[in-house]
Ligand binder design. Structure first.
Ligand SMILES: Cc1cc2nc3c(=O)[nH]c(=O)nc-3n(C[C@H](O)[C@H](O)[C@H](O)COP(=O)(O)OP(=O)(O)OC[C@H]3O[C@@H](n4cnc5c(N)ncnc54)[C@H](O)[C@@H]3O)c2cc1C
Ligand code: FES
Length: 280
């Protein structure tokens, strides 16, 4: 793979998820032509470029496909992601990757898994969730806690409500507030994510937690997980830092002596515990 060169990809479907967030499916062509950009581990990311505009790091959101299709869930916030909102099916973009370390799936064998997503953090965790469900028999109990500002900001809500009907996964949704004072969807409470943790019973010696969310919530989640007995090595979290090169050359994404683009974005908390500002 030559990670510094983008390969062309075609937008095949565009699905608005919320007011400001869209799910894109891209066709990257067959593996022999796409530098392996569609072969990734959940938690890894790629660099997406709009011709003539710029490039941004985006997490893989779907399941790896041998056919070269990838899903990206993108919030339109700035000078690259806002023009992307004007794209139509058939438009061309550039992609290079995969980059970084994803979630350590092999170490999850026979473990109970607790996935905790906040806001847009559901994008990379959806990829992990799909991978776990695809080989459901390999893992122990599976729990997803997902929180967002309000019901309208919950990504993949229909998909998650369908999942909640299965008996091999526990799904709990939380919103900071209910819109229009209406009743929320089933499995959804008005609560903050750390409060959901307090009501969980886990087996700390055989549970791993995978976290992805806004940095502000990490210190609360980590303390909550430690309070219910989870050791630092069993807490895996994805750190987002401003990135430029994506391949360890520019130093933009440094966290202590780590570079987020190569050493992360997924770290276990034991790696980060002594680093000032790591969770900021
Ligand atoms: C490893 C990684 C994975 C990511 N995965 C996703 C994803 O799956 N979906 C998604 O929508 N976004 C994701 N992001 C964030 C995304 O890269 C930024 O939103 C994007 O770079 C903004 O670019 P822009 O040119 O559109 O905005 P800019 O014009 O650069 O900035 C617009 C606004 O967005 C803020 N911003 C810019 N970059 C970031 C950032 N990295 N984190 C937080 N705020 C930022 C700026 O402060 C500014 O307020 C990820 C970032 C990283 C590092
Ligand atoms: S983005 Fe350049 S070193 Fe990480």
């Amino acid at each position: 793979m030559n990670a510094s060169l983008p390969v062309p990809a075609t937008i095949t479907t565009i699905r608005p998820l919320t007011d400001d967030t869209t799910l894109y499916t891209l066709d990257c062509g067959l593996n022999t032509q796409n530098n392996g950009v569609a072969s990734f581990l959940p938690g890894q990311f790629l660099e997406l470029s709009l011709p003539g505009i710029g490039e941004v790091p985006i997490s893989y959101c779907g399941f790896p496909s041998a056919g070269g299709a990838i899903e990206l869930c993108i919030r339109h916030v700035g000078h690259v992601t806002t023009p992307l909102n004007r794209s139509v099916a058939g438009d061309a973009v550039g992609v290079r990757g995969p980059f970084g370390h994803g979630f350590p799936l092999d170490s999850y064998e026979n473990q109970d898994l607790l996935l905790i997503a906040g806001g847009l953090g559901m994008a990379p965790l959806r990829s992990l969730l799909l991978a776990l469900l695809n080989q459901r028999q390999r893992w122990g109990e599976l729990t997803l806690l997902y929180g967002a500002r309000e019901q309208g900001a919950l990504l993949f809500l229909e998909e998650l409500l369908q999942l909640a009907k299965r008996n091999d996964i526990q799904v709990q949704l939380a919103v900071d507030r209910l819109e229009h004072c209406l009743e929320g969807p089933p499995n959804c409470r008005v609560a903050l994510l750390p409060a959901l943790l307090e009501q969980l019973t886990i087996r700390p010696d055989r549970t791993c937690a995978a976290l992805c969310g806004p940095p502000v919530v990490y210190p609360y989640l980590v303390s909550g997980l430690k309070r219910i007995g989870l050791p630092d090595e069993r807490i895996h979290l994805s750190l987002e830092r401003r990135m430029k090169c994506g391949v360890g050359r520019c130093g933009h994404c440094a966290v202590g002596t780590f570079l987020c683009c190569c050493d992360g974005p997924v770290f276990n908390y034991a790696q980060l515990a002594g680093i000032e500002g790591a969770l900021a």
